[in-house]
Design a protein around this ligand. Sequence first.
Ligand SMILES: *[C@@H]1O[C@H](CO)[C@@H](O)[C@H](O)[C@H]1NC(C)=O
Ligand SMILES: *[C@@H]1O[C@H](CO)[C@@H](O)[C@H](O)[C@H]1NC(C)=O
Ligand SMILES: *[C@@H]1O[C@H](CO)[C@@H](O)[C@H](O)[C@H]1NC(C)=O
Ligand SMILES: *[C@@H]1O[C@H](CO)[C@@H](O)[C@H](O)[C@H]1NC(C)=O
Ligand SMILES: *[C@@H]1O[C@H](CO)[C@@H](O)[C@H](O)[C@H]1NC(C)=O
Ligand SMILES: *[C@@H]1O[C@H](CO)[C@@H](O)[C@H](O)[C@H]1NC(C)=O
Ligand SMILES: *[C@@H]1O[C@H](CO)[C@@H](O)[C@H](O)[C@H]1NC(C)=O
Length: 423
Amino acid sequence: MERPARLCGLWALLLCASGRGSSAPTETQLPVTNLSVSVENLCTVVWTWNPPEGASPNCTLWYFSHFGDKQDKKIAPETHRSEEVPLNERICLQVGSQCSTNESENPSIWVEKCISPPEGDPESAVTEFQCIWHNLSYMKCSWLPGKNASPDTNYTLYYWHNSLGKILQCENIYREGQHIGCSFDLTIAKDYLFEHNVQIMVKDIAGKIRPFFNIVPLTSHVKPGPPHIKNLFFQNGNLYVQWENPQNFFSRCLYYEVEFNNSQTETPVIFYVEEAKCENLEFERNAEDTICFMIPGVLPDTLNTVRIRVKTNRFCYEDDKLWSNWSQAKSIGKMPNSTFYVTMLLIIPVVLAGAIIVLLFYLKRLKIIIFPPIPDPGKIFKEMFGDQNDDTLHWKKYDIYEKQTKEETDSVVLIENLKKASQ
Ligand SMILES: *[C@@H]1O[C@H](CO)[C@@H](O)[C@H](O)[C@H]1NC(C)=O
Ligand SMILES: *[C@@H]1O[C@H](CO)[C@@H](O)[C@H](O)[C@H]1NC(C)=O
Ligand SMILES: *[C@@H]1O[C@H](CO)[C@@H](O)[C@H](O)[C@H]1NC(C)=O
Ligand SMILES: *[C@@H]1O[C@H](CO)[C@@H](O)[C@H](O)[C@H]1NC(C)=O
Ligand SMILES: *[C@@H]1O[C@H](CO)[C@@H](O)[C@H](O)[C@H]1NC(C)=O
Ligand SMILES: *[C@@H]1O[C@H](CO)[C@@H](O)[C@H](O)[C@H]1NC(C)=O
Ligand SMILES: *[C@@H]1O[C@H](CO)[C@@H](O)[C@H](O)[C@H]1NC(C)=O
């Protein structure tokens, strides 16, 4: 396991390549002793060692250490090194000593100590783990069950942060479709804010799955709360929007998106705002926590609706992907009342129909007035000539009677036909 060190750190690489490092050291430094490893909190891994035995009193001891793949090289006088590492893989630290901070100067051979991942089937550990820190006040983590985990696995999540002082268990496990999650309160004093990460372990109560570790930096995956629009007003043909940032966030740490809808244009207009300020705005400048944005050329006699969302930016945070929820929308201006339109739309046909009916009715009356019933000259003659035409009248009556009976029989036949058809 131990072999002579060939230190080819980044800046030592040139020396190694030029053959400087290959010359046999005249006086070999002895290796460090008693290198051991332990885990604190959930995944703070601590390596400790003792100085080499029989070190020269003329030597001021410095220790170099790096991970197996020569990553994260460190030279320090302390005899320990601690790192936060998710313990899902085997991790090895290599430690050696030398008499100066100069890497090329006669280093000792290094010794190595590894820490193994937890026991269990790697395919049973949870996957697609992610956490979002909402509003800097609570963290919500979610994951998918491992391929080889039984479907009725009862998960638990433990979390640790320096400000909490101890490991805590998350109580609010929930299911959301395929995903399982847990949310816990996490408010961190500003002094601690960017110093430490949150360490997380997900395992199951029965101990059947392989525990999963994660380190969540507090400078990423932050979802701010929604901003709050305080004021909308017109000035010189421009629309000004004033809003309050979500609590706990500095305005220089946020970017903004302002969505603007106007009743005359169909599609919303979206402004991406990196620095929100209103120039030449005379009043309401005093409020420090109030942010302002100007939308140019807006007509006051239309209905204007605005809403805003925010996200963290790269000045203060490591990522800028998570938008907050939208703020409440706020409107200004006038628009022909839409309910008025709806009622008009309902009322107009009714009124029209009524008008037509009335019109028809009057038309009939009008017809009577315009075309009065033509007087029947026969009637007049009848009256004039009395009973003279009695015979013809009788004949006519008979004729009508015959016609009626014929009609009746017709309808009987028709009904019977119908009956037949329906059978
Ligand atoms: C290594 O550890 C053993 C036992 O803890 C101790 O006796 C020994 O002195 C240590 N070696 C050094 C060089 O400190
Ligand atoms: C320490 O340094 C002094 C002066 O440079 C030298 O005389 C002495 O031999 C050195 N001691 C050892 C143990 O190398
Ligand atoms: C390291 O030592 C070499 C020679 O021993 C010297 O040339 C080089 O400048 C030193 N580097 C530093 C950073 O002191
Ligand atoms: C999970 O808990 C439920 C109820 O507490 C229990 O019935 C079930 O057997 C548990 N699942 C496992 C894998 O232990
Ligand atoms: C955000 O957190 C603060 C306290 O830090 C709280 O007062 C506020 O209500 C929270 N906002 C939301 C939207 O949860
Ligand atoms: C703007 O209009 C779009 C599409 O009609 C809608 O989804 C959105 O909520 C509106 N936004 C505002 C601030 O009214
Ligand atoms: C954001 O919106 C979602 C979905 O509407 C809601 O469940 C959640 O509570 C909101 N978050 C905040 C901080 O208001």
